[in-house]
Design a protein around this ligand. Structure first.
Ligand SMILES: Cc1cc2nc3c(=O)[nH]c(=O)nc-3n(C[C@H](O)[C@H](O)[C@H](O)COP(=O)(O)OP(=O)(O)OC[C@H]3O[C@@H](n4cnc5c(N)ncnc54)[C@H](O)[C@@H]3O)c2cc1C
Ligand code: FES
Ligand code: FES
Length: 444
């Protein structure tokens, strides 16, 4: 192992007890809880972030403990069902669950309870839809969900417990990392440690505990969201939830992030990881592509800013140098309000895109100032053909209508889907239909 980062001590709080962990930083929190501490209330279902049985609260947010490495927990406040079970808030939920017989085999219930707490601590009076969204990452094989949803509604109405102070802070005010960004970039240069941001891609691998990570998840610099005259600037360790909650995030990005996976994944997964994994299915990356955003990449000696389009070189291949980190995404502020976004997946929650599409039409004084489209999950990289979209620039809507057939046939030629889980023709039809819908919704 790289001696620079050899088993550093990780100090955190677990169910109100101070813990100093000095074991392998790459192992899953789930395994530490169940095997080392014998806290077996947290269940192991899929180990892939799909079932929610392993859910715990980290800094008040719902997190799948199977997808979080011990080394990422510096200064974190972790609550498991064993700690939560001692609270009056748990007692109120427990009573409500029992009142509607919401428990059968009970395997999913610890995770369900943590998800229930997560919903009610941010919203003591949720609608049924809000409850269903909050529970969307938790699978129950027995009860059929309705009674669980009902129980959460009853707990909210019949108990004032959830109006009281939160169990633990929802997020630390400042992220604390023992090293500065420059120190971390030096480590990146001098070691082969793998950058670890939210871990939701990295930890899915069965061999995650053998990997050696460079933890960047709690670096304050990488969590900033700010703006200047031209750009909204997103630190790349911002989670999808942080992006959704920021008043600076534009609607197009919020909408795409809201449709990613389920709450526990959105609370951990970051935009940096989404871009760096080089996937054409990455939902926030699609939005950064259609808005022609820029990436700030840095190593220990220099930094460079490149258009995101130049970052993607092929399937899983990017322009990131081995000593670099993606530090910031610079998203243009203007001309992105009139947008169209659709993600086509197999189900509502936890669906990876089968095809996704985003379009922007910026019209001023009847003239199209910008037209931009991007197609995700069609080929190895996100498709962004500004050469075709530019056909409409400086044209009126009527002039664009006259060019519509030429525009569509250019895309008909450009979109040549590869075979995947869904057929080529299906993907092509979906892409062309979404493109047409985008045009029609703009009067073209
Ligand atoms: C159940 C489940 C559902 C999912 N659903 C969706 C979905 O609907 N849509 C979607 O787009 N994705 C989805 N994902 C994939 C994943 O959550 C996202 O890709 C997420 O953005 C990854 O971010 P992360 O911070 O967790 O990445 P990590 O796992 O920390 O890292 C991913 C990769 O990026 C590298 N990396 C991370 N940050 C940086 C950086 N700043 N600079 C350089 N390299 C870096 C890492 O070394 C690694 O190679 C899902 C994953 C799971 C497990
Ligand atoms: S074990 Fe299924 S989400 Fe963690
Ligand atoms: S009660 Fe059996 S899995 Fe939910």
């Amino acid at each position: 192992m790289d001696n620079v980062n050899q088993f550093p001590k990780v100090k955190f709080t677990l169910n109100n007890n101070k813990i100093t962990y000095s074991g392998n930083p790459s192992i899953r929190l789930l395994d530490y809880l169940r095997s080392d501490l014998e806290l077996t209330g947290t269940k192991c279902g899929c180990k892939e972030g799909e079932c929610g049985a392993c859910a715990v609260l980290v800094d008040g947010r719902l997190i799948n403990s199977c997808l979080i490495a011990m080394g990422s927990l510096c200064d974190a406040d972790v609550v498991t069902i064993e700690g939560y079970g001692k609270t009056e808030r748990f007692a109120a939920l427990d009573k409500a669950y029992a009142s509607v017989s919401a428990v059968q085999c009970g395997f999913c219930i610890p995770g369900m309870m943590m998800a229930s707490e997560s919903i009610l601590s941010s919203n003591p009076d949720p609608t049924e839809e809000e409850i269903r969204i909050g529970m969307s990452g938790n699978i129950c094989r027995c009860t059929g969900y309705n009674s669980i949803v009902k129980a959460i509604g009853i707990a909210a109405k019949d108990s004032d417990q959830f109006l009281k102070d939160e169990l633990s802070p929802r997020a630390p005010q400042t992220k604390t990392h023992p090293k500065s960004l420059n120190d971390v970039l030096k480590l990146r240069k001098n070691t082969s440690l793998i950058p670890y941001s939210g871990g939701t891609d990295l930890m899915v691998s069965g061999k995650c505990s053998e990997a050696r990570y460079l933890f960047i998840n709690n670096m304050e610099e990488l969590h900033r969201i700010s703006e200047d005259e031209k750009f909204i600037r997103f630190g790349t360790a911002c989670t999808f939830t942080e992006v959704i909650e920021s008043p600076l995030s534009p609607a197009i990005l919020k909408e795409a992030c809201e449709q990613i996976a389920a709450p526990a994944i959105r609370n951990a997964g970051t935009i940096g990881g989404n871009i760096a994994n080089g996937s054409a299915k990455a939902d926030s990356a699609l939005i950064f592509m259609v808005t022609d955003s820029m990436l700030r990449l840095a190593n220990a000696d220099r930094e460079r800013i490149i258009p995101i389009k130049e970052f993607y070189l092929g399937a899983g291949k990017t322009a990131l140098e081995p000593d670099e980190l993606i530090v910031e995404v610079l998203m243009p502020k203007l001309g992105i309000d009139n947008y169209y976004y659709k993600k086509v997946g197999a189900r509502n929650a936890l669906a990876i895109s089968r095809t996704s599409f985003a379009g922007i039409l910026d019209v001023s004084d009847g003239i199209i100032k910008n037209c931009a489209t991007a197609f995700g999950a069609v080929i190895d990289v996100i498709i962004r053909r500004s050469d075709i979209d530019n056909m409409f620039i400086d044209k009126s809507i009527d002039e664009a209508k006259a060019l519509k057939d030429k525009y569509l046939s250019a895309y008909d030629e450009a979109i040549q889907p590869r075979r995947g889980r869904v057929g080529i023709q299906y993907r092509k039809d979906v892409c062309m239909n979404l493109l047409k819908d985008f045009l029609v919704s703009n009067g073209i």
